[in-house]
Write a protein that binds this ligand. Structure first.
Ligand code: FAD
Length: 546
């Protein structure tokens, strides 16, 4: 099969058909929660031929899975906490993912500064151990950088007392798009996945889960979805769907990120830099023309649905950047966008510090036929899914063949290597930046987007000036990526909202018009779509006083 033929239709235009299917069928497994954990389960179960549905109360990736540091990484700092098996697992998963979805998961160097010879030696040994835990499979092993090498690698970095530096490689990802591609591959295996459907209650019969009662958040209609097993993959919301008398599972921890133009900071790749006040490190990461700065890590008692960046969090990140990039132009008015997410850390009553709380996942049976999977990391979504599947099989949820474990290690059908992309593109009508953007974000889908432009040149027009996105992307997402609301496209399928400081009104309106023409929206719907999008875009930078 030609790569493009593997693209399936998955569109809000067919929502009624999907809803009818959800009401009529009895699934082997119903997953609640469309973050990376739920999407990973959908894909892994589908690859084993187990009939599966997934419902998400907002958009796929709406929760933590679009608010991360955007790294597939081993978690070098968890070695200090003695979490060797977690680090080793995460390194192996990172390296598998780099090969399985190479357009979306790409190596990035991370530089860390050393302040004296002994520190440099000790940290070098620590990082050799990190390479060992990855089975020496990382893109490149740790390297020691002399002061001169460090200056060459990151010329704008200037920290008093720098002795040398250490460099390792992790991988940058686009978290929301990764979640989406996993969900799409799950749907391609025969799974059903619908957004804006909220599970309100687990239904039981004779003490065993038999499905959920859900509400369609677009219409307010209720429906019952039947399944032999239900999985709670609600991330930070996990406790909301647990029995009333059960102890809390989640310790919510907030983390924010700020995005500026890369030229404002001057970093070349990635750095892990210390905040001078508390010694905690944050990432300074190059994503094309942009730099992402983050993150914070603080206990969060607030609303999970309305979580935004506060001024003091910006000031904390600014302090870290200013201490190592003295020439950075990083004022409030330089900020393009911010995002704030909540880590679903598994509650450990004995641990008092957020930063030290383990990133290990929890896999358990809540009651017969009702399972929970939470915690963990984006990076280990595949191995987390495999652990729950094996656990569920042991509990009699379904039969599995041990040999099928390997299937989730298959390459992504929708992924492409740079060589495959170069050999397949039919149109070079765009500049390098646009082509790189289409390749990196869409893989096989990028080829289909280019075909659309060949058929109708006007779809090659830019969506907004200064960003590489073109109109054909919106049409592609309408057809293949289940965008249901304007915010789905601007906040998650693309980075348009995050990479643009001003004029969200125009961006929202133009997107709503094009989506409305395809999905049959009236004026009132268009207006409310724009209003909701603009409200979120402004809250994402409300501390600017805009
Ligand atoms: C600041 C920050 C930085 C991070 N950086 C990294 C990183 O660089 N690399 C990494 O590997 N990990 C990172 N993580 C961790 C990683 O992002 C999370 O572990 C992961 O995204 C959790 O995914 P999830 O699917 O479990 O939760 P979520 O993504 O939150 O998904 C849960 C979903 O369930 C839905 N839901 C909730 N209740 C219901 C209901 N009743 N009905 C239907 N749907 C419901 C929600 O809307 C949500 O979309 C970071 C986390 C944070 C906060």
């Amino acid at each position: 099969m030609n790569a493009k033929e593997s693209l399936m239709t998955w569109s809000a235009k067919d929502r009624d058909t999907y809803l009818a299917e959800l009401s009529e069928k009895t699934y082997d497994v119903l997953i609640v929660g469309g973050g990376i954990t739920g999407a990973g389960m959908l894909r892994a179960l589908g690859l084993r031929g187990i009939s599966t549905a997934l419902i998400e109360k907002d958009d796929f990736g709406f929760g933590t899975s679009s608010k991360s540091t955007r790294l597939a990484h081993g978690g070098v700092r968890y070695i200090i906490n003695g979490e060797f098996s977690l680090v080793s697992e995460a390194c192996h998963e990172r390296d598998w993912l780099r090969g399985a979805l190479p357009n979306l998961v790409r190596p990035v160097p991370i530089v860390m500064i050393n302040h004296n010879a002994i520190g440099s030696l000790a940290f070098g040994m620590y990082l050799r151990f990190y390479d060992l835990l990855s089975g020496w499979n990382n893109y490149k092993n740790y390297t020691h950088l002399s002061l001169a090498d460090c200056k060459e690698a990151e010329p704008q970095v200037s920290i008093p007392g720098t002795h040398s530096a250490s460099r390792i490689y992790e991988c940058i990802i686009n978290d929301a798009r990764l979640t989406l591609e996993i969900a799409k591959e799950g749907v391609m295996t025969g799974g059903t996945a619908v957004n804006y459907l909220e599970a309100k209650r687990i239904i039981t019969k004779n003490g065993r889960a038999t499905g959920v009662e859900a509400v369609d958040r677009l219409t307010g209609d209720s429906l019952v979805i039947s399944a032999k097993n239900v999985v709670n993959a609600c991330g930070p919301w996990t406790d909301d769907l647990m029995p009333e008398d059960s102890p809390k599972v989640i310790r919510p921890s907030k983390g924010v990120h700020i995005v500026v133009k890369r030229e404002n900071i001057g970093n070349v790749g990635g750095l892990y830099v210390k905040n001078p006040a508390d010694g905690r490190s944050i990432f300074v990461l190059a994503h094309g023309d942009f730099t992402y700065l983050g993150t914070t890590d603080t206990d969060y008692p607030g609303s999970l649905d309305d979580c935004y960046t506060e001024r003091e969090e910006y000031e904390y990140l600014k302090m870290s950047v200013d201490s190592c990039f003295p020439d950075a132009r990083f004022e409030e008015t330089d900020i393009l966008g911010t995002y704030a997410g909540v880590r679903p850390l598994v509650l450990d009553p004995t641990e008092t510090t957020e930063t030290k709380t383990s990133r290990r996942e929890l896999v358990d049976e809540v009651s017969p036929g009702y399972f929970v999977i939470t915690g963990g990391k984006l990076t280990i979504f595949r191995s987390m899914a495999e652990k729950l599947i094996e656990f569920m099989a042991k509990k009699g949820a379904f039969d599995i063949k041990k040999s099928d474990t390997k299937r989730s290690k298959n390459r992504f059908v929708l992924g492409l290597t740079p060589e495959e992309w170069a050999a397949s593109i039919t149109s070079k009508a765009f500049d390098e930046k646009t082509l790189a953007h289409l390749y990196q974000n869409y893989g096989v889908g990028g080829l289909s987007i280019l075909d659309a432009v060949t058929a109708d040149g006007s779809t090659g027009d830019a969506i907004t000036t200064g960003q590489p996105n073109i109109q054909a992307e919106l049409d592609y997402c309408l057809e293949h990526e289940m965008i249901t609301r304007v915010k789905d496209f601007l906040l998650r399928r693309t980075n348009l909202s995050l990479h643009q400081r001003d004029d969200h009104e125009t961006l929202g309106r133009e997107t709503a018009k094009r989506m409305g023409a395809s999905l049959g929206w009236d004026d009132a719907r268009i207006k409310s779509e724009v209003a909701e999008y603009v409200d979120i875009a402004h809250k994402n930078s409300f501390f600017l006083g805009t």
